[in-house]
Design a protein. Structure first.
Length: 643
């Protein structure tokens, strides 16, 4: 009989909006902290046992950064007295710290009362501490401190999901999660809670360099500061963010770019501090309620803030903001408020569908049908046999699977759970394997499908489509790394698609059904997103490379709210526009990062106009170092709207 681990796959790993415990097969390749000696009884110190499980989750896999194993916490209270972090066997900081609890309320990591080293707010210390590996450069490149602080921009696959972190009494210097994450990483369904007078920061994003990453359904209760972010790059995306009962301020941002949807703040003024002239906040929906600090401004702003339908109550908003009603517009660093109206054509975001409740006994292990994780073995036929079994859930035990041919996903399959596994093209490549077809193909209609926790890797082997959606079926793509592949090709007849926390490929869209994305990181040259006629809602974009980010045409309606555009390379003469818009609608709010005078766009928007092409130059927008802040770019088929 196979061993079963309870896990909250119905919320964290499986896209449901409400957490509930579910069992996970013991042969899936996860690591249970109980197997390493953790008791979870709230009395005995579990620090050493948890660190042992983390150490077993994987060594340095180099540029294939997506191959670490999941560390799982069954329900219980795990008493700790030192930071939970990941180091490789040689002592170097590592990435790939993937912590998953059984349930948000039932799995508690609790810092002991008056834990040594946690008493000084001037020298804060984390309970959970994620870090970067070092792929290139020196430990001090760019001014980072890799050796001492685990800093860098190789902090891949750092996840914390479905648990609560509690700070005990007398721990005034504690940080709930000191989070460094890049490209594909997330915090989901997490509560950070501090005892009265304890806790310095709930979630800290201040080390070099946080983002891109997704923070979804985070609640912070107490602490001096609820959320603290810093640095000028690389942008972080938030959805369903709750900050309550902070002693000083709820949200502090120093220079970075934060994209936020559904924000709720209850606490003292100032509730939001946007410090530094390079700071940019894009906030879509929510309430800021000041409970203390009568007469003080609710928002302290030195940068730019784009608001959509945000209510501010309980104290004079200050800084030129209107004092009643939902606020939609832009607050500039000079204190000027520009009222705006949301375009009527904006595609409406929606939550992805919850996966169906499926008994664990009916889950199918693809390896038992011949899909073996061996580089020289063709797993395609075994995967087909697993799908043909009629199972609603098929999982790939942690490993690397090679496909010699594309695999069609049948209507009977509701979930493909990757367990942080990798799919590659079998070498030598089958000449009949089309680069224009998906390795995974959704060609028929059927109930909603989710594809989760999977890397599709064709690095340095030419272009390849990863997931093709041609049938009228709703598909959710979550925590999918696309290395050397297009993450999505949605055909004209394809159904609605959700993309959550994806790096690093392109996507092509067609058809009338919407595509809804959160935290989309696309890196490289060429055209990164091609939208031919689809509604596209994207919260939190990040780019890297000299590219045209979006080719928007054929009646497409694209809304990009929040994000960081980053060319990286010097290309003073580039004429590539950031966006092309032809016969379509476009709204974009973003910041451009540029660390040198020759590494920025010379054209933000090209679109047809009477007599030729009309170009929108960056000079129309306020500077952000060598880049710009673009809080409200709107264009339509008849030309750009006034800026």
């Amino acid at each position: 009989m196979r061993k079963l681990f309870p896990v909250a796959l119905a919320c964290g790993l499986a896209l449901a909006p409400v957490c509930g415990a579910e069992t996970l097969p013991g042969d899936a390749g996860i690591l249970n902290v109980r197997d390493y000696g953790a008791k979870g009884d709230g009395r005995r110190d579990d620090t050493a046992a948890i660190l042992a499980a983390i150490a077993a989750s994987g060594g340095d896999t180099g540029t294939a950064f997506w191959q670490d194993r999941i560390v799982y916490f069954p329900n219980g209270t795990y008493l700790v007295s030192a930071p939970l972090l990941k180091r490789y066997a040689d002592g170097r900081f590592g990435s790939g710290l993937f912590l998953v609890g059984q349930s948000q309320a039932g799995t508690v990591i609790r810092l002991a009362d008056r834990a040594p080293g946690y008493d000084d707010p001037a020298r804060p210390r984390a309970v959970v501490f994620t870090s970067s590996k070092l792929l290139a450069g020196t430990p001090t490149s760019g001014g980072k401190d890799y050796t001492g602080l685990g800093e860098g921009n190789d902090a891949y696959m750092n996840f914390v999901e479905d648990l609560t972190i509690e700070i005990g009494a007398g721990d005034a210097g504690a940080i709930g999660i000191d989070y460094l994450a890049n490209n594909t990483a997330a915090i989901r369904n997490v509560t950070l809670r501090a005892a009265a007078g304890s806790g310095a920061v709930g979630l800290s994003l201040t080390r070099k360099w946080p983002g891109p990453a997704l923070i979804d359904h985070l609640t912070v209760e107490g602490f001096a500061i609820g959320l603290s972010a810093a640095q000028t790059e690389y942008g972080v995306t938030f959805d369903h963010l709750r900050l309550t009962g902070q002693r000083e301020t709820a949200l502090r941002n120093d220079q970075n770019v934060l994209s936020i949807r559904d924000l709720e703040i209850k606490g003292p003024a100032p509730a939001i501090v946007n410090a530094g002239e390079k700071g940019f906040l894009a906030i879509d929906g929510g309430t800021v309620q000041v409970t203390e600090g009568k007469g003080r401004a609710a928002i302290d702003n030195a940068g730019f803030i784009a608001l959509r339908g945000v209510h501010v109550a309980g104290a004079p908003p200050g800084s030129g903001l209107p004092q009643s009603g939902a606020l939609t517009g832009v607050l500039s660093r000079d204190g000027h408020w520009t009222q705006a109206a949301m375009p009527a054509w904006l595609p409406k975001p929606a939550a992805p569908p919850a996966p169906p409740p499926v008994k664990i006994e009916t889950w199918v292990n693809a390896a038992k049908f011949g899909a073996v994780a061996e580089p020289g073995h063709d797993a395609a036929e075994g995967l087909r046999r697993a799908f043909a079994s009629g199972a609603a859930v098929v999982y790939l035990p942690h490993g690397i699977y090679a496909l010699g041919s594309a695999v069609e996903i049948p209507p009977t399959l509701r979930r493909l759970v990757g367990m942080n596994s990798t799919i590659k093209v079998l070498l030598p490549r089958n000449p009949r394997l089309s680069r224009a077809e998906g390795l995974l193909r959704v060609l028929a209609g059927g109930p909603s499908l989710s594809i989760e926790n999977l890397a599709i890797d064709n690095s340095n082997l030419g272009q390849q489509v990863g997931i093709e959606v041609a049938g009228p079926r709703e598909v959710s793509i979550r925590d999918v790394v696309s290395a050397g592949v297009a993450v999505l090709d949605r055909k004209p007849g394809g159904g609605r698609v959700f993309i959550d926390n994806s790096c690093c490929g392109t996507m092509t869209l067609a058809g009338a059904q919407p595509v809804i994305a959160r935290q989309f990181d696309t890196e490289g040259g060429g055209v990164r997103i091609v939208n031919r006629g689809a509604p596209l809602s994207l919260l939190g974009l990040k780019t890297e490379g000299v590219s045209t980010i979006l080719d928007n045409r054929d009646g497409a309606r694209t809304d990009i709210f929040g994000g960081l555009v980053y060319m990286v390379h010097d290309d003073k003469a580039t004429t590539l526009p950031a966006f092309r818009n032809a016969g379509s609608w476009l709204a974009a709010a973003f910041a451009e990062e540029s660390l040198r005078a020759q590494s920025h766009y010379n054209v933000y928007l090209d679109q047809p106009a009477a007599g030729g092409i009309e170009s929108l130059k960056p000079e129309r927008f306020p500077p952000r170092g060598f880049g710009r802040v673009v809080p409200d770019l709107v264009a339509g088929p008849g030309g750009r709207s006034p800026q």
